[in-house]
Design a binder for this molecule. Structure first.
Ligand SMILES: [Fe+2]
Length: 340
């Protein structure tokens, strides 16, 4: 082999190795969200960066357990889940590492991310009031607090207090109104229930449509899902129910997030940060929120589709990180007032 040919061969080999290294770039997500909801976005990320995204899906508790068991050997780079309450639990279990990113800080309002940078909100949902168009007039409604009034006795449906959505909502109420008022509120709601809590948020909205109760408290995306359902009966049920934005002349509606953190031992930390930054780009924010029927976290990006039809609303700007200190207290209150 001539010297020149050796040089050419080495150059070709080097090029091959570079390509191989680029194609080997990857990031591993543990997700409690179904993969098909996020796959189009992840593919767009791969297309623009060359970084492959692998997804493991399971329920939240299983993923947290797995991360704990795997410890320093975990292949996970990112934990993607819903509700700040769950992100806080993962954080308290030491599963995240702080990420400092001017891109994430600029895109995500401070109330929707951890001040230490351990988790970031990627989409926003609101937990609001739904009412029967037949049996309730919107001018009878005002705030979450007002639903504790005996006027609503036997008329409210809401899911079990074992659910993190309710725990986060009550934690927020503890911060906003103080523990005493929050407990009186929880007792008032428990006394006003139409039936013992059963089922998920979707079931509460359907129960209003079916006449089992007049009011439900539920997350916005369940209503959006019913309105756009492929099942005609779901759509018809949703038509009987309307959304009411609570506390609009005060602090605003209780909002929460889906979000993610970079794991403590992420083998691909740089790629993980790149992925989170990609997910708050204008285009990704639009697509992600639309795919999950939620609101973009990034100010200035309008929600799309059926969610846009919910109209503008005032969201509570309480830092979701603040509810961390009140989750245990919220659970004790639920127990004391008999909200199962
Ligand atoms: Fe949900």
């Amino acid at each position: 082999m001539s010297f020149r040919r050796i040089i050419a061969a080495s150059a070709a080999l080097a090029a091959l190795l570079t390509v191989h290294a680029a194609s080997a770039a990857e990031v591993n997500i543990y997700s409690s969200r179904q993969e098909h909801l996020i796959r189009p976005l992840l593919d767009a990320f791969t297309k623009s960066t060359g970084i492959t995204v692998n997804v493991v899906t399971a329920n939240d508790d299983a993923l947290a357990e797995r991360l704990k068991t795997e410890g320093a050997n975990s292949p996970a780079d990112v934990l993607l889940t819903v509700d700040a309450g769950r992100l806080i639990r993962a954080d308290q279990a030491g599963l995240f590492q702080p990420i400092k990113s001017p891109v994430l800080e600029a895109a995500i309002p401070a109330s929707l991310r951890d001040p230490k940078g351990n988790w970031y909100g990627l989409s926003m949902r609101a937990r609001v009031i739904f009412y029967s168009k037949e049996r309730v007039k919107p001018d009878e409604l005002s705030t979450y607090e007002a639903l504790a009034d005996p006027k609503w006795k036997g008329r409210i449906c809401i899911r079990s207090s074992s659910n993190v959505y309710n725990q986060s909502m009550l934690s927020a109420l503890i911060v906003e109104d103080g523990a005493q008022k929050a407990e009186a509120w929880a007792k008032g709601i428990a006394d006003n229930l139409a039936r013992p809590p059963a089922g998920g948020d979707r079931d509460q909205i359907l129960a209003v449509a079916a006449g089992a109760c007049d009011i439900a408290i539920a997350n916005t995306y369940y209503y959006a899902g019913l309105l756009t359902s492929s099942k005609e009966e779901d759509k018809q049920s949703a038509q009987k129910v309307a959304l009411f934005w609570p506390n609009q002349s005060g602090r605003g509606a209780h909002v929460n997030i889906s979000g993610a953190g970079v794991t403590k031992n992420a083998p691909h930390k740089a790629e993980a940060v790149k992925l989170l930054e990609f997910l708050v780009s204008d285009e990704a924010q639009k697509l992600y929120a639309e795919a999950v029927y939620e609101f973009p976290v990034k100010p200035g990006i309008a929600p799309a589709g059926v969610v846009a039809g919910f109209g503008k609303f005032k969201a509570d700007t309480l830092s979701l990180a603040e509810i961390a200190n009140h989750q245990a207290e919220a659970i004790r209150i639920f127990d004391r007032v008999g909200w199962r």
